[in-house]
Ligand binder design. Structure first.
Ligand code: G
Ligand code: MN
Length: 253
């Protein structure tokens, strides 16, 4: 594993020599990175449930409990960009098989936005940029990214589309709206959950969907598990839906 250098948001301070625990984590992490796979979850149009694309999700080796734990390890090891590059390489390798299903949504860590390789013309996804949507999460580290608006504009100039991920999650601050021109907004599953019996969530989602539409931004509601949630979200003006009701994340057939 080659640690990230330079202006990473998350790299360990250089004066921290790796102890035994760090080295063990590093070995476990290296193995998980080498055996990393992706699962793909469909995103469907709200009006007729036609698949418009798939989201690529990390599926690490079982020595990590899930993507969040793998990302936390990468952060501790100062290797977040390595992980992001690996994910985009795997996504690119799967592209010819996801293409028939429309757009390919790929999650970025805030630190990936500082990686010069991200928007490079020789990046693995560059040739398919017009089918790729990068999901940018609203987690608070995003606040620390210099020139966030310019970096997002650079991705769009390189042909990618951009989604704001997890809007409405606990950590969300709506801060990404400020500099942003996005193509999609993804509403966190906490907004979808039980929305058919929750008038306040309905009002919130309806006003977000309306605001997005007037700006030419499409909305995707996440975490749909019931027909009732799907029906009301379509009525409230969400363009697309994602969740177990339509398909769990799964390897490509
Ligand atoms: O942060 P992001 O929205 O990319 O996270 C997606 C995560 O949500 C994945 O780990 C995926 O397995 C999970 N997920 C996807 N659909 C559903 C759903 O309908 N219900 C629940 N509980 N989790 C879901
Ligand atoms: Mn996502």
């Amino acid at each position: 594993m080659s640690p990230d250098t330079s202006d990473s948001l998350l790299a360990l301070p250089a004066e921290d020599p790796p102890g035994p625990a760090e080295r063990a984590l590093g070995a476990r992490y290296d193995h998980a990175l080498a055996s990393l796979t992706l699962a793909f979850q469909p995103i469907v149009r709200a009006s007729d449930h036609q698949v418009i694309g798939v989201e690529a999700l990390c599926r690490p080796h079982p020595s990590f409990r899930g993507p969040a734990e793998l990302i936390a390890a990468a952060q501790r090891l100062g290797a977040v960009r390595d992980l992001g590059r690996r994910v985009r390489q795997l996504a690119a390798a799967a592209f010819h098989r996801t293409r028939e299903r429309g757009l390919l949504f790929v999650n970025l860590h805030p630190d990936d936005l500082l990686d010069p390789a991200l928007a490079s013309p020789s990046a693995p996804l560059a040739a398919s940029a017009d089918h790729v949507v990068f999901e940018i999460t609203e987690h608070s580290p995003t606040l620390g990214i210099p020139d966030l608006g310019r970096r997002i504009a650079g991705l769009r100039e390189a042909g990618y589309r951009v989604a704001i991920d997890d809007l409405g999650a606990g950590h969300a601050r709506m801060s990404l709206f400020r500099p942003l021109s996005a193509d999609f907004i993804k509403l966190d599953m906490s907004l979808s959950r039980g929305i058919d019996g929750h008038p306040v969530k309905q009002q919130l989602v309806e006003s977000i969907a309306r605001m997005a539409r007037t700006r030419g931004i499409q909305t995707i509601a996440e975490g749909i598990e019931t027909e009732g949630e799907a029906r009301i979200l379509a009525q409230l003006g969400c363009d697309h839906l994602q969740g177990y009701l339509f398909g769990r994340p799964a390897p490509l057939a």
